[in-house]
Write a protein that binds this ligand. Structure first.
Ligand SMILES: NC(=O)c1ccc[n+]([C@@H]2O[C@H](COP(=O)([O-])OP(=O)(O)OC[C@H]3O[C@@H](n4cnc5c(N)ncnc54)[C@H](OP(=O)(O)O)[C@@H]3O)[C@@H](O)[C@H]2O)c1
Length: 274
């Protein structure tokens, strides 16, 4: 049985642990290292997993080693693990935003199979969408292993090259926040128009959820679905005209390009000095 070691027992780690156990993985196959004692106790009690306070010990016992610390900390967490990682050569998985696989490989001593992942926060409710990139040392079995970990919290998509990770970061990584903003705006407008705030919020959220489900379950494209609900001269047409006047296409292009450029910049800043 492959042993998964997770470094950093925060929010993303917890959603992965929850997803893995719910999809049939054994608690005995998952370990976490985490500096905060209370957090270790919390995770052990809730999930029945072993939690350690030493990253090197964890690295020495893991076939898959998943880094789930903040990107700013990744270098200082990774470098001291060089010896343990080089002795064991586990499959490395990193969910740290912005950090390129070549930088992580260098910090860990080089020559490692690395899968870099960009998950998103709906992973917390197992409705995540993750982009995965494998470096040239990752074999098919390791690809399947990495995919099975991320599949436990949502859908996965493999990327052909690592540069695409910046686009995924801007689309599905930052995307939930764009949609939260859309929900806020819909709620506010309906409340201003006279609905109770709670009612506006519920209807806005359920509308986004329902539209997303319809889009995923239907054979029609989102554009075809839109045409189908837009009767000539009707209410939807009038509403959509306003979104077009506000140049919704350009607005999202600007948002995605700005997030993508920031993702690239972060890769340069956080990988600097390697
Ligand atoms: N949240 C998202 O939407 C999202 C999306 C995509 C990618 N990610 C990536 O996922 C990673 C984790 O994010 P998160 O939201 O789960 O962060 P988080 O909740 O802050 O979790 C990070 C954990 O790492 C622990 N930690 C700190 N220093 C450590 C060390 N030296 N050794 C071991 N563990 C250490 C922290 O413990 P303390 O709290 O005690 O310091 C904390 O429990 C980040 O790299 C982020 O870029 C997150």
């Amino acid at each position: 049985m492959n042993k998964l070691g997770i470094i950093g027992g925060g929010n993303m780690a917890e959603s992965l642990i929850g997803g893995l156990l719910a999809s049939g993985h054994k608690a005995s196959a998952v370990q976490v290292s985490e500096p905060d004692k209370n957090r270790r106790e919390q995770l052990s009690t809730k999930y029945g997993i072993n939690c350690l306070d030493n990253n090197s010990t964890l690295a020495g016992q893991s076939d898959l080693l998943l880094f789930a610390v903040k990107p700013q900390l990744l270098r200082q967490v990774a470098e001291p693990l060089k010896q343990a990682v080089q002795a064991k050569h586990p499959l490395i998985i990193s969910i740290a935003a912005g950090i390129r696989s070549s930088d992580l490989d260098l910090w860990l001593g080089g020559g490692l199979a690395i899968v870099r992942v960009m998950p998103n926060t709906p992973a917390l409710v197992r409705a995540g969408a993750s982009g995965l990139y494998a470096n040239h040392l990752v074999n098919n079995l390791q690809r399947d292993l990495a995919e099975s970990v991320l599949r436990s919290v949502g859908i996965t998509v493999w990327l052909e090259n690592e540069a695409q990770m910046d686009i995924v970061t801007a689309l599905s990584g930052s995307g939930p926040a764009y949609i939260f903003r859309v929900i806020e705006a819909m709620e506010e407008a309906a409340t201003q128009a006279g609905l109770e705030r709670e009612t506006s919020r519920l209807l806005a959220i359920e509308t986004v959820l329902g539209a997303a489900r319809l889009a995923i379950e239907s054979n029609d494209s989102p554009a075809e679905l839109r045409f189908k609900v837009t009767s000539p001269g009707g209410t939807t047409e009038k509403g959509l005209q306003q979104l077009e006047l506000g140049n919704i296409e350009q607005m999202f292009a600007n948002a995605i390009n700005a997030a993508m450029n920031r993702s690239r910049e972060m890769g340069d800043e956080l990988g600097a000095g390697t």
